[in-house]
Design a protein around this ligand. Structure first.
Ligand SMILES: Cc1ncc(COP(=O)(O)O)c(C=O)c1O
Length: 495
């Protein structure tokens, strides 16, 4: 939820022309109105305001599902009045959804958690249920997984009679913002492996180098938020096994498979990134990304019961069970997911090739990864990626531009997430619109140099006096542009 600010006095009423046939006075925006109004008028007023939202289908910024089959919509609407945490009253919903339950010491069967644990190759004994929990998304799943690692590490250090007040976690600088939240909320130091030019994911060698006795886990990402790339979890696992042998530390791995968890098993079944690797103790995945359901659902799955400290589980009245979940997506089966992921991947290629044909972009994403296309301008000295993003808005497209984290912050990329509802026709249409945008921008004077001339002092900017490399010029322009586009400053707020 976004924190809200207090409104200015001038903006405290809602004036609705259309609804004036029912309501003549303007309505207070932030206080409950004194009198009631007809339901038709209330609907009309709210609906009119909502029209100003972007069109979710054209929102290419987000991984989150924007289309489901009408049968799914119907099932959701049919069940919307069930408070699914009332387990006694809704036992079927309870079994379908993914809530962690314990019954007389045995893990109860839970369909979603078990299906996902099998998909991620958890080492389950015959007939034994998997260990996992449904959440509102990967962010919450990551908080729970991180907390379990912190507790396990604290127990271990206490047993060894060692200090246990300075836990740290090792990640790449490309982690999604929820890892920073975890670190701050749960007081764990975040040790980030810096990126570098042309390498935008965590380098496993550097990560393992950074591991020390206080490292509660190394978090690897299967499908980087920034460019969709899968990190090399196998290499990380192998290096960590070596280091653990020498040090005796037993440092584990968590895989943030928010997007990749529903891609890799279908497109790259041979890729070893999951519980097949012994150091991987927990994995999170978002249902509302490539799990193909609306927001908000996610899961965290633990390798075994021992990887989730018992004291984190509430035994009273299913207290931990406040998570919404629908399991509609599972009617697709393996084949359905594979078809959809292959289709997404093909459409990503159509877009990528279209962008390459313009001759104006470098592709920053990899072909094998999350179906998305991240790209940057080969030459952004006259116009940059932020201007392309802004101008595309006029055509209805929402395509974010952002700068990479340290030490690749001079690189700016545009990113298009390819979801199930982004068809080949839309991909071709987007390329055409990008070409139009490039053409329009080419005809305009360079906004950056114009602004630089008027807003940046001579002391700050000496283009003539000093000869600069292309990268230095690019860095300078990015810095200047950041000053001008204050509201687009946050680099890893993309999700
Ligand atoms: C790699 C990664 N981890 C975690 C998240 C957070 O996921 P959620 O929106 O499901 O909380 C995202 C969101 O984009 C992500 O890309």
């Amino acid at each position: 939820m976004v924190l809200s600010k207090t409104a200015s006095q001038s903006d405290v009423s809602v004036h609705s022309t259309f609804a004036s046939r029912y309501v003549r006075d303007s309505l207070p925006r932030f206080k409950m109105p004194e009198n009631s109004i007809p339901k038709e008028a209330a609907y009309q007023i709210i609906n009119d305001e909502l029209m100003l939202d972007g069109n979710p289908r054209l929102n290419l910024a987000s991984f989150v599902t924007t289309w489901m089959e009408p049968e799914c919509d119907k099932l959701i609407m049919d069940s919307i009045n069930k408070n699914y945490v009332d387990m006694d009253e809704y036992p079927v919903t309870t079994e379908l959804q993914a809530i962690l339950t314990i019954d007389d010491g045995f893990w109860k069967q839970n369909r979603c958690v078990n299906m996902i644990a099998h998909l991620f190759n958890a080492p389950l004994e015959d007939g034994k249920a998997a260990v996992g929990v449904g959440t509102v998304g990967s962010s919450e799943a990551i908080m729970l997984a991180g907390l379990a690692f912190k507790r396990k590490w604290q127990h271990k250090m206490k047993q060894l009679g060692k200090p246990h007040d300075k836990p740290n976690i090792v990640t790449g600088a490309n982690v999604q913002v929820c890892w920073e939240k975890f670190a701050r909320y749960f007081e764990v130091e975040l040790k980030e492996v810096k990126l570098r030019d042309g390498y935008y994911v965590m380098d496993p060698e550097k990560a393992v180098e950074m591991v020390d006795e206080n490292t509660i886990c190394v978090a690897a990402i299967l499908g980087s938020t920034l460019n969709g790339e899968f990190e090399d979890v196998k290499r990380l696992n192998d290096l960590l096994i070596e280091k653990n042998k020498v040090t005796g530390w037993d440092t584990p791995v968590h895989v943030d498979a928010a997007s990749g968890g529903f891609i890799a098993p279908f497109l790259y079944p041979e890729l070893e990134w999951d519980f097949r690797l012994p150091t991987v103790k927990s994995i999170n995945v978002s249902g509302h990304k490539y799990g193909l359901v609306y927001a908000g659902i996610g899961w965290v799955i633990w390798r075994t019961k021992q990887d989730l400290p018992e004291e984190l589980i509430f035994h009273i009245n299913y207290l931990g069970a406040d998570q919404p979940t629908f399991t509609l997506n599972f009617s697709k089966g393996n084949e359905g997911y594979r078809n959809i992921m292959e289709n997404c991947q093909e459409n990503a290629m159509v877009l990528k090739e279209g962008l390459e044909r313009t001759g104006r972009f470098n592709i920053v994403s990899k072909d094998n990864g999350v179906p998305l296309v991240a790209f940057s301008l080969k030459d952004n000295t006259r116009h940059n990626e932020f201007e392309i993003s802004d101008t595309l808005r006029r055509f209805g497209w929402i395509v974010p531009a952002y700068t990479m984290p340290p030490d690749a912050q001079h690189v700016t990329v545009l990113r298009v997430v390819i979801r199930e509802d982004f068809s080949r026709t839309l991909a071709e249409r987007l390329v055409m619109d990008i070409e139009k945008v490039l053409h329009e921008l080419d005809l305009l004077p360079s906004r950056v140099s114009e602004k630089l001339a008027t807003t940046i002092s001579v002391e700050e900017y000496h283009p003539v006096v000093v000869k600069k490399t292309a990268i230095e010029v690019q860095r300078e322009i990015t810095t200047a542009w950041r000053k001008l586009v204050a509201d687009k400053k946050k680099t890893n707020g993309v999700c």
